[in-house]
Design a protein around this ligand. Structure first.
Ligand code: HDD
Length: 700
């Protein structure tokens, strides 16, 4: 079976045999017996008692009673997709992993994106880390890269993971708040655990509010080890970079989306793939020769540290394309089981203590979550590589193992399966020597330098968002000593930051600390430098009423659609609008069913009657004002400019000669015939957001 790129896809071929279609089928019991009636239980007389011999009733209810499995203890809410990984540049000098050596191979993958703290039914757009877990079904077995959209972690040693998760999850007495870090226990943990500071800077930044799963980076976080054919190791950090750039939502917007469409990110991923607009990510590696292990001012084994890209550039070597939605959420996205210990020959671990604890946790959690040791046989988890061993029995054994010998060594099955041979996994032979201690390495002691590096790298608007986030989160903390403790920690990151936060949360601003900000930055950390060259999948709202200028809707809509955007005509009601020229315009959605927060940009076409109607409609006026306040591209043509004025968007300049197009911080207007309006609007949408826009005067 071929994938959309025309390459053979052994995983889809394997899954095809497991898919069950309802087409042309008769309803049966689980035993395959056709059922004559599934709406009425078997009773004695029409109003009499129900009979226990009704096997169909019993089976139907029993199965229903057992439909649920435990949700993941973290990363419970997620969305998955299949795809393929294409290597462009061979890493044969560094690794024996075939999928990273052979550029002719296309490796099938399953990816699951997730939030961390919320339950399965929580909203997508909460402030949180996003999981980015990838299962590569390689010919040498499964490789799971279980990463996040932030390159560092909250803690340095996995033994702290239960403490951290207990602190961030809803509080024990009342299970509040859901899917939110803005509460006392998390911030109490933070103020007492300074190693969290770097990650907290990321969490309070816009990285925690991705516009789309297709617009966020992914990181393997830990330093791993690649091992080549000569057995030579190289340290490596894994990166995903979205082809659409790294872009985020506004905080106010995320909170509103959580109500308007809690499935916002999930829907976006699904719709893009369904429309054939396949999300793509560049796969990159930072390679560090082992001789350089100690050349950095931090420890490579410390997962609260990045290797700045300016010091070790990310080398792009492959592309991940997501091209198929799952058929069944439970069977695939819920039952997929990632294990960080799933590595293939040529990829190995390091002594990062967070990584080491994870090696235990993932397998352990799958055993309870998926009910026993045979979960690797579930279709989405099953490797495309042959599986042959002496593991036997257990709940839900799906394979029928033949032969008398289920042990090694054996002579009864001819010694099979035979151990070893070409391509066997050999653990890297690291020499280790030391005393048995419970002690954090001194090389892990600096908790602030990289938090400061992050802060220094931010654009002014990113800093404003970070200060706003700290103020929001600490403002939700009941205990003043918790707020004070966090401000004290922030003072070690940057004094101005600590003062700005303190002022917002009723805490005495701290004294300047002894050591000054080191002043270093890393431009790669700022989203101000994100790629912004595409409108693929961007959603544009076109506001209209009877009397709309249908020619403008058609012309601008076509230009945007040709560029890859998705245009929707919104009006007060579903159906068709009478256009100014007598034709009709089909309404895509009724305005009460949507909101500006679900779109990337808004366009108000001309047509006097249409704009008069919209100007008298509070929903339409608010729509435009809110899009403006969220710094989105706003376009208006001719009379449509009047709606912008009505929304309080002052400063909209109109060319004095009555023609031409004017763009002012993402507000694009034109009167009269204007050839470049659509092009300018497209450019404004590409920018994603116009964060520096002056907007305080607009009431929304
Ligand atoms: Fe974890 C799930 C990522 C630290 C224990 N983790 C989980 C998932 C992702 C991550 C993306 C969801 C996978 C999916 O979609 O099914 N976790 C990370 C990253 C970490 C990290 C990037 C730090 C670098 N995790 C971490 C530690 C521990 C765990 C230190 C425990 C010692 N993580 C788990 C888990 C989960 C999990 C309890 C919950 C459900 C599951 O594994 O399958 O085992």
């Amino acid at each position: 079976m071929a994938n959309p790129a025309g390459r053979e896809d052994p995983k889809q071929e394997q899954l095809r045999r497991r898919r069950v279609s309802p087409e042309d089928a008769r309803l049966t019991t689980d035993q395959g017996i056709r059922v004559d009636d599934t709406d009425n239980s078997l009773t004695v007389g029409e109003r009499g008692p129900t009979l226990i011999e009704d096997f169909h009733l019993r089976e139907k209810i029993t199965h229903f009673d057992h439909e649920r499995i435990p949700e993941r203890v973290v990363h419970a809410r997620g969305s998955g997709a299949y795809g393929h990984f294409q290597l462009h540049e061979s890493l044969a000098d560094y690794t024996t992993a075939e999928f990273l050596r052979d550029t002719s191979l296309s490796t099938p993958v399953f990816v699951r994106f997730s939030t961390v703290a919320g339950s399965r039914g929580s909203a997508d757009t909460v402030r949180d880390v996003r999981g980015f877990a990838t299962k590569f079904y390689t010919r040498q077995g499964n490789f799971d890269l279980v990463g996040n959209n932030m390159p560092v972690f909250f803690i340095q040693d996995g033994i702290k993971f239960p403490d951290f998760v207990h602190a961030v999850k809803p509080e024990p007495p009342n299970e509040m708040p859901q899917a939110s870090s803005a509460h006392d226990t998390l911030w109490d943990f933070v103020q007492l655990q300074p190693e969290t500071m770097h990650m907290m800077m990321w969490l309070m930044s816009d990285r925690a509010l991705p516009r789309s799963y297709t617009m966020m980076e992914g990181f393997g976080v830990h330093t791993f080890r690649l091992v080549n054919a000569e057995g030579r190791p190289t340290f490596v950090k894994f990166h995903w970079k979205p082809k659409l750039g790294t872009h985020s939502l506004a905080w106010d917007e995320t909170q509103k989306i959580a109500g308007k469409d809690p499935d916002f990110n999930r829907r976006d991923l699904w719709d893009r793939i369904a429309a054939g607009d396949f999300p793509e990510y560049e796969f990159g590696v930072q390679l560090v020769p082992v001789e350089d292990e100690h050349r950095f001012g931090f420890d490579l084994l410390d997962p609260t540290k990045i290797i700045p890209e300016e010091e070790v550039p990310v080398r792009p070597v492959g592309t991940l394309t997501l091209d198929r939605n799952p058929d069944n959420f439970f069977a695939e996205t819920e039952q997929v089981a990632f294990c960080i210990g799933n590595v293939v020959p040529g990829i190995d671990f390091t002594n990062d203590p967070l990584l080491q604890a994870r090696l235990f946790s993932y397998l352990d959690t799958q055993l309870i979550r998926l009910g026993g040791p045979n979960f690797p046989q579930i279709p989405v988890n099953r490797p495309v590589a042959d599986v042959r061993n002496h593991h036997r029995d257990g709940y839900h054994q799906m394979d029928i193992h033949q032969g008398q010998a289920s042990y090694h060594k054996n002579s009864l099955s001819g010694g099979c399966p035979v151990v070893g041979g070409e391509g066997s996994f050999t653990h890297y032979q690291e020499r280790v020597d030391g005393d048995v201690v419970r002690k954090r390495s001194e090389s892990f002691a600096d908790h602030y330098s990289q938090a400061t590096l992050f802060w220094n790298s931010m654009a002014d608007w990113e800093r404003e968002h970070i200060v706003g986030a700290f103020r929001f989160e600490l403002g939700k903390c009941e205990r003043k000593h918790v707020r004070e403790g966090v401000v004290e920690q922030l003072n070690h990151v940057d004094h101005d930051l600590a003062v700005a936060v303190a002022e917002g949360v009723g805490v005495e601003p701290p004294q300047a600390p002894a050591g000054a900000n080191h002043g270093r930055g890393s431009p790669a950390l700022s989203q101000a430098h994100a790629r912004a060259d595409s409108v693929r999948g961007r959603k544009i709202a076109i506001l209209a009423a009877d009397g709309v200028d249908s020619a403008a809707v058609a012309a601008v809509g076509e230009a945007l659609t040709d560029a890859g955007a998705v245009c929707e005509v919104l009006a007060a009601k579903d159906g068709f609008l009478q256009a100014a020229n007598g034709g009709q315009v089909e309404v895509t959605r009724a305005m009460p069913t949507v909101a500006s927060v679900l779109y990337d940009a808004v366009l108000v076409p001309g047509g006097d009657q249409s704009v008069r109607t919209l100007s008298a409609d509070g929903d339409a006026v608010h729509f435009v004002a809110e899009a403006f306040v969220h710094c989105k591209a706003v376009g208006a043509l001719d009379a449509g400019i009047g709606l912008l004025d009505r929304a309080g968007i002052n400063g909209v300049q109109v060319a004095s000669d009555g023609g031409g197009t004017v763009s002012d911080s993402g507000v694009v207007t034109a009167t009269g015939p204007s050839g470049d309006f659509a092009a300018k609007l497209i450019d404004a949408v590409k920018e994603h957001r116009h964060w520096t826009r002056k907007k305080d005067h607009v009431p929304a």
